[in-house]
Write a protein that binds this ligand. Structure first.
Ligand code: 13P
Length: 308
């Protein structure tokens, strides 16, 4: 498990920073990235924060250390900037659970419903949706739009969580993130037994019965704010293990334990410093979105960003 960035990465990190200067690039990294990758980023954050940071970026190149849908969002918001994805094959199996044909079929079944798309979707899906949301603002987005019936895609667990905090009718698409969906009630109970005084923080992509046992269901950056503001000293974390690094770094006086060792996203872990260097040297893994899709997808993202 990678919980600490070691000094062994110094040379590689310096090489990345040199390339960054040469390319006039900015590096952004999701909270789940390896510690040594988070440490070379200009910005780290959750999906919403990274989407906001990517609005009107001045650099010539954005190096996105994360997964494809996140880099696509950066490309959608910054058409004049070259966006490089840190690893060619870093995808999101959750985003891949829905394609345009199935979305159209679902829209046909619920013609009155507004489509709220979790940002963990492809650009093509965003282009077919009314508005995007993230795990940080799902409830706000659903409550802010005028529609009473909502087709929530593709994460059924986040959709269910949102449905418990609104009076609106949500129709849930059956997608899920295998990493979060795997977390079981038994694992949460066992962790609570080991640390009875701990606060349990889980991601809303976890199953409803797991969320029910938690003290809070939060996006990754909301977890950081919660841990900082809490008087508790021990926290049990129910999200991807990369989160342990910023949590521990920002709260050296507190303890953080992963609820299950299986909370590892293989796609997030594909990015290493060597891959970042390779990508920057060759200016490869350029993420492009066809203009006709980009313009429509941007509308759904902009509508979300305009909410609070
Ligand atoms: P956050 O927006 O909470 O960082 O979550 C991103 C994600 O992909 C969770 O699996």
């Amino acid at each position: 498990m990678t919980a600490k960035a070691g000094s062994g990465f110094k040379e590689l990190q310096e090489e990345v920073l040199e390339l960054k200067r040469a390319l006039n690039a900015i590096i952004v990294a999701h909270n789940y990235q390896r510690p040594e990758v988070q440490d070379i980023a200009d910005f780290t954050g959750d999906s919403l924060e990274l989407a906001r940071k990517c609005v009107g970026i001045k650099a010539k190149v954005i190096v996105f250390c994360g997964v494809l849908f996140m880099a696509e969002t950066a490309a959608i918001l910054n058409p004049g900037t070259t966006v490089l994805l840190s690893h060619r094959d870093a995808g999101c199996p959750l985003a891949d659970t829905i394609d345009v044909d199935s979305l159209r079929e679902w829209k046909g079944r619920y013609p009155e419903a507004a489509v709220v798309a979790y940002v963990n979707t492809t650009a093509a899906i965003k282009a077919e949706s009314d508005i995007c949301c993230t795990s940080a603002n799902g409830v706000e987005v659903v409550n802010a739009i005028p529609d009473e019936e909502i087709l929530f895609i593709p994460d059924r667990n986040l959709g269910h969580y949102v449905s418990t905090r609104t009076d609106k009718k949500l129709i849930l698409y059956p997608g899920f993130c295998a990493t979060h969906d795997n977390l079981s009630v038994e694992e949460v109970k066992a962790a609570r037994q080991r640390y009875p005084q701990a606060k349990v923080l889980v991601h809303p992509e976890c199953r409803p019965e797991v969320i029910e046992l938690a003290d809070a269901a939060l996006s990754t950056s909301q977890m950081l704010r919660y841990a900082k503001g809490s008087n508790a000293k021990i926290f049990l974390i129910g999200t991807e293990e990369g989160m342990l690094y910023p949590l521990r770094k920002q709260n050296p006086d507190k303890e953080f334990h992963l609820i299950s060792n299986s909370l590892v996203c293989p796609d997030m872990k594909k990015t290493t410093l060597e891959r970042v260097i390779e990508t920057m040297k060759a200016r490869k893994n350029i993420v492009t979105v066809p203009e006709e899709i980009r313009v429509r997808a941007k509308k759904a993202i902009d509508r979300m960003l305009a909410i609070g």
